[in-house]
Design a protein around this ligand. Structure first.
Ligand code: ATP
Ligand code: MG
Length: 357
């Protein structure tokens, strides 16, 4: 589904979001020009703590009308705990997008790039190149449960895990389809069916059932405990990894951490059918400790732009950005301080835009 006319809602948010988003746009504009993509950007000031301070809420009542007609949301970071508690800013913005736009996939690449120091000893670029697919709407993060005998010694709390066939199958289908586009065509499922005796065996069952439709994909499964160990010890084993909401939450922090700095990792909250806009953002937050200094690494935001183009059907433009990122990361002088370089945010963004070919 490739569309040459794209309308992108740009939401810089808070802190370094406001510094790295312009660099993401700089690169998107440059790549759009080269590929003759007519990309329009509309910027919004809501989903930020500044907006909250003026209006007493994170977003206007009609936010859905304002951004719902766009092809995607290009998001910076939200959160400024000095003025608004994190749970208020998060629930008032990102969580609303995720729910209302049915972004049921959370997608995070973990790829070791040249020039990025790897915390795992002896690993080279090429050794880590995986996509973590997390179920983003149900599973362990249901709000079903409660407290009984509150305040007494017999107090009991419980919280249910919810897995629906539709919910499980749609994330698995996305993961299988993604694996089918990748050279290794490999899918790993995260489970814990040896300890969680109802929901996780169901997850395994659905994986086995769907695997029948994808004979070209090699499928394996690991229990989450040993899987986290393998992420650290044998990250080269993995290609696409699919997981429930909780396990995916853990793996999608662990994966990018194994591949180096937080400053370069991107993330997509995706509605694959494009019935609603998907949201693309860097993994990092608003980083109050380095905000307003112009030193944040913009690569995570720029990479998020590449993911967005890929989602919107412009795979070649997306690969161009990825090649430019690799080129810039290989040049010590172009790296930002978190990677041991001297470049500031704008220099780094500009050098990626200039490195497009
Ligand atoms: P979140 O709000 O998403 O949970 P956080 O606020 O706990 O995240 P971040 O904002 O991601 O954390 O920052 C964590 C650390 O990483 C900080 O010390 C920050 O300065 C650093 N950091 C984050 N993003 C970048 C970046 N793009 N460039 C350089 N350093 C960064
Ligand atoms: Mg934060």
């Amino acid at each position: 589904m490739t569309d040459n006319h794209l309308k992108i809602a740009v939401i810089p948010g808070d802190g370094i979001g406001k510094e790295v988003v312009p660099e993401g746009l700089r690169v998107l504009e440059a790549v759009a020009k080269r590929h003759n993509i007519d990309m329009r950007f509309d910027e919004f000031d809501f989903a930020s703590c500044d907006y909250f301070q003026k209006h007493g809420q994170m977003m206007p009542d009609d936010w859905k009308e304002q951004v719902g007609g766009h092809d995607a949301l290009f998001f910076g970071a939200v959160g400024w705990p000095e003025t608004v508690p994190d749970h208020v800013s998060l629930w008032g913005s990102l969580i609303q997008f995720r729910r209302e736009f049915d972004q049921y996939i959370s997608l995070r690449p973990a790829r070791l790039m040249p020039g990025v120091p790897c915390p795992l000893v002896g690993r080279e670029p090429g050794d880590i190149d995986m996509m973590i697919v997390r179920e983003n709407t149900e599973g362990e993060y249901s709000s079903i449960g409660g407290k009984m005998f509150a305040g007494t010694p017999r107090e009991v709390v419980l919280q249910e895990t919810v897995m629906s066939r539709i919910g499980v199958d749609r994330v698995l289908k996305y993961a299988f389809e993604l694996a089918a586009t990748r050279p290794r065509a490999k899918l790993t499922s995260a489970t814990k069916s040896n300890g969680i005796s109802i929901t996780m065996p169901y997850w395994d069952e659905r994986v086995a059932e769907m695997a029948k439709d994808y004979p070209g994909i090699s499928v394996d499964k690991y229990h989450i405990d040993i899987l986290t160990a393998h992420f650290v010890l044998n990250p080269d084993k993995f290609d696409v990894v699919v997981a429930s909401n909780l396990f995916g939450d853990i793996l999608s922090d662990l994966g990018p951490a194994c591949a180096g700095t937080i400053g370069i990792a991107p993330s997509g909250n995706i509605n694959p059918e494009r019935e609603f806009p998907s949201l693309f953002e860097p993994v990092h937050g608003s980083a109050p400790d380095i905000a307003s200094q112009g030193i944040a690494n913009p690569i995570g935001q720029i990479w998020a732009g590449a993911m967005m183009l890929d989602h919107l059907g412009h795979a070649e433009a997306a690969s161009d950005i990825m090649r430019a990122i690799e080129r810039i990361l290989s040049e010590p002088a172009m790296r930002t301080r978190d990677l041991g370089g001297q470049a500031d945010t704008q220099m780094c963004g500009k050098s990626v835009a200039d490195a497009l070919d």
